[in-house]
Design a protein around this ligand. Structure first.
Ligand code: OFO
Length: 169
């Protein structure tokens, strides 16, 4: 069985992963409006990743005999218009996710739930990848800044990104 407080904390994280999916869905639309379809594809993959992160946590609560406590998902607000501004927000968002995962791990640690700690290690590693991936896009965007030709070339590259369903835990 999963401890009630930890079940609540896991449920909050599920809500936040679904919020991430919602945020990236909106951002995908912004890139579609800019006709940057490779970037839109990058977000499409990201949307699927966030769904997988949420599903991993949901399955885990069930596997521990718990009940998922669902809540409404807030409407994300977008803080910029340009690709750089959007990706700066993505990076800030992923850093927030990282700190939430760390807090969740600490809660599991405090009640000595070793199984939950072990499970959450996957999410800790995943956040390293998430931040690194976003940082890479942001660095490239800053490098090519006002070069429209380079932006279109990079857009083509991002069109190649594909979703690989992860094995979580
Ligand atoms: Fe679920 O990692 Fe991004 O938000």
């Amino acid at each position: 069985m999963i401890n009630e407080q930890l079940q609540k904390a896991f449920s909050k994280q599920i809500n936040y992963e679904l919020y991430s999916e919602y945020l990236y869905l909106i951002m995908k639309g912004l890139f579609k409006e800019m006709n940057l379809l490779g970037f839109a594809n990058w977000f499409d993959v990201q949307i699927q990743e966030e769904r997988a992160h949420a599903m991993g946590l949901i399955d885990y609560i069930h596997a521990r005999g718990g009940i998922v406590e669902y809540d409404k998902i807030d409407l994300p607000s977008i803080e910029g218009k340009t690709p750089i501004e959007i990706f700066e927000q993505v990076l800030r968002h992923e850093q927030t996710v990282t700190s939430k995962i760390n807090e969740l791990y600490e809660q599991a640690e405090n009640i000595k739930d070793r199984a939950a700690q072990h499970f959450l290690n996957w999410y800790i590693d995943e956040q390293v990848e998430e931040e690194d991936n976003v940082n890479g896009v942001l660095t490239t965007l800053k490098l090519i800044e006002n070069d429209k030709h380079a932006l279109l070339m990079y857009d083509k590259e991002l069109a190649q990104r594909t979703f690989q369903a992860p094995t979580i835990g």
